[in-house]
Design a protein around this ligand. Sequence first.
Ligand code: AMP
Length: 644
Amino acid sequence: MKEEISLEELEIRSWKKRLVWSWSFTIPIVFLMYFSKLTGMMLFEEKTMIILQLILAFPVIFIFGSQTIKAGFRGFYTFYFSMDSLIALGTVIAYLTGILQFVFDIQDYSGISAMIMSIFITGKYIESVARGKAGKEIKKLIELGAKNARVLRSNKEIEIPISEVKIDDVMIIKPGEKIPTDGIVIKGESSVNESMITGESLPVDKKKGSNVIGATINQYGILYVKATKIGQDTFLAHVIDLVEQAQSSKVPIQKLADKITSIFVPVILILSILTFFGWYLFFDELTKGIGAAISVLVIACPCALGLATPIALTVSSGIGAKNGILIRKGEAIQTMKEIKFVVFDKTGTITKGEPEVREIYSLIDEKKLMLITASLENLSEHPIAKSIVKKANLKKYLEVKNFKIVSGKGVGGSISNKKIFIGNEKLMKENEISLKSIQAKIDDFENKGYTTMIVSENKKIIGIIGVADAIKEDSVRAIKILNKKGYKTIMITGDNERTARAIASQVGITMVISNVLPEDKSKKVKELQKKGKVAFVGDGINDAPALKNANVGIAIGTGTDIAIEAGDIILTNGSLMGVVKAVNLSKATFSKIKQNLFWAFAYNVFAIPLAVMGILHPVVAEIAMASSSITVVANANLLRRKKI
Ligand code: AMP
């Protein structure tokens, strides 16, 4: 198979080639320039020396540096100056002094021009290598995809390239093998290592009906998986897409840097002209003026400013992806540090989202209660409904007429002409059903943290069912850490106050917003925003408006069950520790961005005056320029050392 070369790799190779060639011509120049200075012996006559330097420097500037020169000079007739404009002008002027010195009495800088260009190219090469490193996590993600798949076609197992897998193909995955693409298990049992995509280190059990993610690794059993998504629709493809999007997204602080960059180049051009005339007119120093003007041109390149944010985002989104954190909007990184409230949705976020019936209190025969209840709930898709149907475990249901769902409250319908309601207190009150006789029992259930379903038949209570949703293993730890960091953690839920408080206290949350209808969650977020910035953590399926309205929306999911379009940050595994990690990563990234911008600015602030004063030799200026960009990239790479 032909080796595939990435664009990045091509860029690195191209800079490397230019680097080798340009130094092959520049080293002899350096030798010529310094041999006589060091030994006092003249190899050639001065004019010959200059001609030799001009000949040697020519290919360095106009062949190996041609790309930079062309791009740079394009700015002078489009008036859209790029960073290359400065270096192009600097080197060409330096080169021209070699020719002009035959006519005027000035120093020859032609040898220097080759040195500047070679150092510039070296800097670019090092920078391209460091950039490649910055993107290594993403590269790994891209390489993660399976190459082949074993599928059943006309009852025969055949191995085909991944691109030929079609939706509904049955794939056979043996232990240790990679799952070729997203699908649903139709036969077999195993556990699957999903860490490469979700950051979750424990293998996840899979059986018939489980969703599996392409590129994850099957552990011990044989799995038969029906392909449900292929190509650009797969989870992995979405993850890669998101990471790439994040890299080009804007962090507000960068706007300042962009603005400065856009006025920087013309300002520097003018400054270098002023520098030249300043030296020439006030001190009568033509040669020094040219040298200082060249120094100003080459030192001032704002490359480091332009690199500061994107490179930090590249590293950070890569580290995030590895840990199951997808940063969709770079802005979130900056906003995160201003967050005061972290609001958690309860169901599916703090809890597992798989409620189970824990206790039944029946005022009629319990079997009959469950038959009536399950017959209605069998028509509802609500997780609570499913838990009741599961508990009843029936083969046949009663016929239900006039079934209706009352959003956020419960369900209703008629069975054998008797009116049945199942739901919370609000639903009962709405239908004028008295709870007096059973209130003590309801309170007892709610204090235990159960969501309590009240069942009424013709306006009479016939029983209550206590459902509870287990708390996720990491929720307590994560919330404790966030509390300790000084965030005000809040739980928001449709449950009533008492149930909500019981659960909140189990996880260490003191502020509870209960009795909230799904559509009102975003309103509550807005109210909180009057007191401070809000991060909302929810599953992204019913919480999309709240996620959108919050200052930072963190969508939490498990495996493929993620609303990837909702939220500024997406956590691919369900653990709330992801929120802690997202907070840490955002903070670390933002402080890296600030550091980078600071260094990029500081360096220009110090170096430009030195260049104007003629203290900075053009070669030293170019070395400093190149190192500033390299420093910024290397500093961003250091983010990897940070434990999140
Ligand atoms: P939700 O906001 O959809 O989670 O629902 C809020 C509350 O409405 C739940 O805590 C239940 O008390 C009640 N509820 C919703 N759907 C049902 C249902 N199918 N059966 C019984 N109660 C329900």
